[in-house]
Structures are given as C-alpha cells and as structure tokens.
Design a protein around this ligand. Sequence first.
Ligand SMILES: *[C@@H]1O[C@H](CO)[C@@H](O)[C@H](O)[C@H]1NC(C)=O
Ligand SMILES: *[C@@H]1O[C@H](CO)[C@@H](O)[C@H](O)[C@H]1NC(C)=O
Ligand SMILES: *[C@@H]1O[C@H](CO)[C@@H](O)[C@H](O)[C@H]1NC(C)=O
Ligand SMILES: *[C@@H]1O[C@H](CO)[C@@H](O)[C@H](O)[C@H]1NC(C)=O
Length: 269
Amino acid sequence: MAAKLLTILLVGALCGAAVAQNCGCASDQCCSKYGYCGTGNDYCGNTCQSGPCYSSGGNGSSGGGSSVADIVTQAFFDGIINQAASSCAGKNFYTRAAFLNASNSYSQFGNDGSANGTKREIAAFFAHVTQETGHFCYIEEIDGASHDYCDSNNTQYPCVAGQKYYGRGPLQLTWNYNYGAAGNSIGFDGLGNPGIVATDVLISFKTALWFWMNNVHSVLDQGFGATIRAINGAVECNGGNTPAVNARVGYYEDYCSQLGVSPGDNLTC
Ligand SMILES: *[C@@H]1O[C@H](CO)[C@@H](O)[C@H](O)[C@H]1NC(C)=O
Ligand SMILES: *[C@@H]1O[C@H](CO)[C@@H](O)[C@H](O)[C@H]1NC(C)=O
Ligand SMILES: *[C@@H]1O[C@H](CO)[C@@H](O)[C@H](O)[C@H]1NC(C)=O
Ligand SMILES: *[C@@H]1O[C@H](CO)[C@@H](O)[C@H](O)[C@H]1NC(C)=O
C-alpha cells in the first residue's frame, strides 16, 4: 500500500491539478477530483470521482455520508460497546477498526444504492449484534461447551472430535455446518479450529458478515422482523421469546434514530 500511495502522490505532483484517471483507492476511500484517496468531504463530496462518494448518481443519497465507515463512526460504535461492563471479555476484543476491515471483504454489505437503505442495514446488523453479545460483552456463548451443536447428519461439514461449535463472535456463529462453510469462505479451519472465531477479531467480524450476507441481507426489504426470523426465528418468533424480539426491535429503532432513518414496517415476527 505504501508504494502504491507514493506512486499516486508523484503522479499528482507531476500533473499538478490534472485529473487522475484512476485512483486505485482502498474500497473504503474516495477518489478526489485531483485523484487522491481519502475520506471526508474533500474526497467523497460532490467532486468525488469514484469509491463511496456521498452522492453516487443521486439515488436517495442524503449527502451526509453514505459509506459504511461514515455511518459507523467511532461514536456510534462506542455508544454500543461502552454499555458493556469493564469486566466483559468483549470489551478488549471487538473494535470498530476490525469491523470496518472485515466489511471491506463484503462490498455488498450496506450497499443497496440508497443512503437510507445503507443506514437501515447497519442499524439492523448492530441491533442483532447488540442482542447476541450483550453490547459486545460476550465473545463466546455463556456455558457454550455444555451444548451440543454438532449436526452429525451433515456429511459435508463433519464435526471434529474434541471441537465445540457453540456461539462465538458478533453474531454468535453456531453449528458445525456454519463453522465449516464460513471457514471455507473466509479462509480458516472452521471445523478443526472453531476457537479462532473467539481469538482473531478480524475473522470474528468476518464470520458475522459472512452469516449476514448469506442468511439475512436478502430479506432486509421485507422489514426488520424478517431479519429476526433469519437469525433466530425458530426460537424467538411466533411467541417463542417475545422479550428477545422486543429487545432486538428496541435496539434497531434506537440505531435507526441515531442514524437519522425511519425503521420501516414489519418490525416484529
Ligand atoms: C439510479 O437508479 C436508476 C433507476 O433505478 C438506475 O438505473 C441507476 O443505475 C441508478 N444509479 C446509480 C448510480 O445507482
Ligand atoms: C430517508 O429517510 C429520511 C428519514 O426517515 C427521510 O426524511 C427521507 O425522505 C428518506 N429519503 C429517501 C430518498 O427515501
Ligand atoms: C486490517 O487488515 C490489514 C490487512 O489484512 C491488517 O494488516 C490490519 O492489521 C487489519 N487491522 C485490524 C484492526 O484488523
Ligand atoms: C439425523 O437424522 C435422523 C434420521 O432422519 C434423525 O432422527 C435425527 O434426529 C437427526 N439428527 C440431527 C442431529 O438432526
């Protein structure tokens, strides 16, 4: 990256204010009118050439910043994790930087083409993370090892002796078949080393985003209730655990309010 940045700066210096044809910025950065990579209004504002520009063609962008990094500010992230007690394991594990880093691998996350859609998806994601981890308190499921999350009928992702597939990470990845598939997709040994989801924060956030993109992202347009169904519907929906449903909805409404978007319809399940 350092070598690449140097090249861009040299080209910029040689050509003065000439418009560079190709910034080659990282996915979370905008290409300014002079061909420099960065974030904020000078780069992502109305002369932005490419990347997560604030107004990419004017399809619903509010102009207030619509990239994931602009919306998930440090203040937004801290507003969640600061509610976890200082004794919480997750407090020294989960970081905004790791989340943003992981989100760079999922370009369709928060990218439905409208700023409001992006905000709703982010609000929904963090609402479920808040419920699953207790405001980022937990890395691993409480008493996880006492549960059996081995579906021995799944022959594609056979359980490895001695390993446990209980909830770990921001969305509490569970079951051998999820660990196996997530590992194959992200690039770690999900069946042989599921514990890495609780020790490597980048992999941890990637498993949450992997689960989200494969199971939740496609039902967002049906309302927040459908996302609850996708994550824990069998246990919570249809009166299964109404307090849990209400807690998820409450977090979602709070985050939508913080991000300045209405929560939409069909909130419960
Ligand atoms: C804006 O919306 C129109 C119609 O839905 C679509 O054809 C166009 O590609 C969109 N532009 C961008 C930049 O998303
Ligand atoms: C986005 O949401 C805000 C707040 O709910 C609303 O005022 C605005 O009209 C919405 N924009 C679009 C393009 O739907
Ligand atoms: C982000 O990803 C890069 C490349 O994998 C890595 O070098 C860096 O340490 C990561 N930062 C965090 C906070 O995860
Ligand atoms: C595996 O399949 C058998 C036969 O269909 C069924 O009785 C059993 O409950 C299944 N086990 C699991 C863990 O799903």
